[in-house]
Design a protein around this ligand. Structure first.
Ligand SMILES: [Zn+2]
Length: 244
């Protein structure tokens, strides 16, 4: 019992004193960018003290894929072992070591290749089973409310199919991007979604602030528990060591 108490105290002390938090989620706001065929974000006052009610609260409408979000396997996988929703994803798969791979050198519509991932490993260290891979394209700089969202919604770079296959062999838990989709713009049949989700590797999209992370961080990304959900908005938090 005493030992459990010490462990909790140690963890609390470690996270609060030795680490600082970085918010990797965008703010949900009306007119924030959304996939052209998906529901937009709506925030509608339902009751308010301004109108004589006792409290203020809003009705929220959105897609499961609005803003910073996660894709559950059933988003693309229609049957078999990987056909399950966000409510069935084990919580233990939603936090862990995150490695941030810089891919800001890619041109619009460019693809991160397997050889570039291996190059990254040769300089930073090998990917490990259970890692959360965050690919930084720098696309979050184009995140802007309508009508200024045109650049965010086209020509974004993505992960190549060979790199996705490689991530599966490395048994990573999740792969994330700061662009609208992990498959590059106009990638047609979404090969990376099919490869990763088919192998129960989760996908994180519309991440923010990846430029603030060093190659390694501790990340938590918890979704809403939507029954048979194809995904969910996320508040993604990175813990990075404080400078002494
Ligand atoms: Zn999605």
């Amino acid at each position: 019992m005493m030992q459990n108490f010490d462990l909790v105290a140690d963890l609390t002390e470690m996270l609060t004193k030795k680490f600082e938090t970085v918010d990797l989620s965008h703010t949900l706001a009306e007119n924030c960018p959304s996939w052209p065929t998906h529901a937009r974000f709506g925030h509608i006052v339902f009751e308010s003290y301004l109108y004589g009610d006792t409290s203020c609260h809003y009705q929220v409408t959105m897609s499961e894929h609005t803003g910073t979000h996660i894709d559950a396997p059933l988003h693309f996988i229609a049957k078999g072992e990987a056909h399950y929703g966000i409510d069935k994803v084990p919580l233990s798969n939603l936090f862990g070591r995150a490695v941030t791979i810089d891919a800001t050198y890619l041109p619009p519509n460019g693809l991160l290749t397997k050889s570039k991932v291996i190059e990254w490993e040769n300089s930073q260290g090998p990917l490990k089973s259970g890692d959360i891979v965050l690919v930084r394209f720098g696309w979050d700089r184009y995140w802007a409310e309508r009508p200024n969202d045109a650049q965010f919604l086209k020509d974004w770079p993505g992960v190549g199919a060979d790199a996705a296959e490689y991530f599966v062999t490395k048994e990573v838990r999740a792969v994330g991007t700061d662009a609208l989709s992990l498959d590059a713009y106009n990638s047609g049949n979404n090969p990376v979604h099919n490869i990763l989700l088919g192998n129960q590797v989760l996908i994180l999209e519309n991440l923010n602030n990846l430029d603030l992370l060093s190659p390694y961080a501790f990340v938590m990304a918890f979704p809403l528990k939507i029954k048979d959900g194809s995904g969910s908005p996320l508040r993604v938090v990175a813990f990075i060591p404080k400078n002494p």
